[in-house]
Design a protein. Structure first.
Length: 118
């Protein structure tokens, strides 16, 4: 009886770990903004695949877990700007932004744009 109780207890404790779905894998890419939805719900980008050289157009959506880095809202992004996007693919195949940041390609650090030396 004791062995059976231990077995049932072990199965009961292991069951939640077996039933849990795999966590989505976080991916990162840098791409050029093509367009931003007027309501800020999504952004479309062009991404040049490093292995094939093929340009892929990808659409990323904003959800409750999206974080904006260095911008207040997605609508601040303009076509042609470069962004870094950390994202996951949801069960429906949508690309969900976890973090997005505009990449400054050149120029002085923020706040020193008007500095002309001593």
């Amino acid at each position: 009886m004791a062995k059976r109780t231990v077995f049932v207890l072990a199965v009961f404790l292991a069951l939640p770990f077996c039933a849990r779905a795999a966590e989505p894998v976080m991916k990162t890419l840098s791409a050029h903004v093509v367009s931003v939805a007027a309501n800020g719900s999504s952004v479309e980008v062009d991404f040049r695949h490093p292995a094939t050289g093929k340009v892929l157009k990808m659409k990323f959506i904003v959800d409750g877990q999206t974080g904006l880095s260095g911008i207040d809202k997605l609508q601040e992004l303009r076509a042609g700007q470069v962004v870094n996007i950390d994202y996951v693919e949801d069960p429906k195949g949508r690309l969900c932004i976890r973090r997005i940041a505009r990449v400054k390609l050149s120029g002085p650090p923020a706040g020193l744009e008007n500095f002309r030396g001593l």
